[in-house]
Design a protein around this ligand. Structure first.
Ligand code: ZN
Length: 93
């Protein structure tokens, strides 16, 4: 597989099995790495579990209100540092 990473493409782990529309990406939620669906906002604390089985129950739904816990997408460097690169299945905007 050819991975073409550029300034706008962001890594994803796979497709969300619950909403069927979103992509599962690595985020940092309250300082901890997690997997987050970019459509339905389900998240998983156990990254390897959801990477291996997309049907594993989610940890919860991310609170995106202004008062929510801080959250942002993890950078490629952070994903590499956490030894999660092998879970990345592709890149998209
Ligand atoms: Zn979803």
């Amino acid at each position: 597989m050819i991975i073409d990473e550029n300034d706008t493409a962001k890594p994803f782990i796979g497709e969300c099995a619950f909403c069927g529309q979103g992509l599962l990406r690595v985020w940092i939620i309250s300082e901890k790495l997690a997997v987050l669906c970019d459509q339905c906002e389900l998240y998983w604390s156990d990254i390897s579990a959801v990477a291996n089985d997309p049907m594993v129950p989610a940890t919860g739904t991310l609170d995106t209100s202004p008062l929510a816990e801080p959250h942002r997408a993890a950078t490629s460097e952070e994903i590499a540092d956490a030894n999660l690169t092998h879970f990345i299945s592709g890149y998209s905007v």
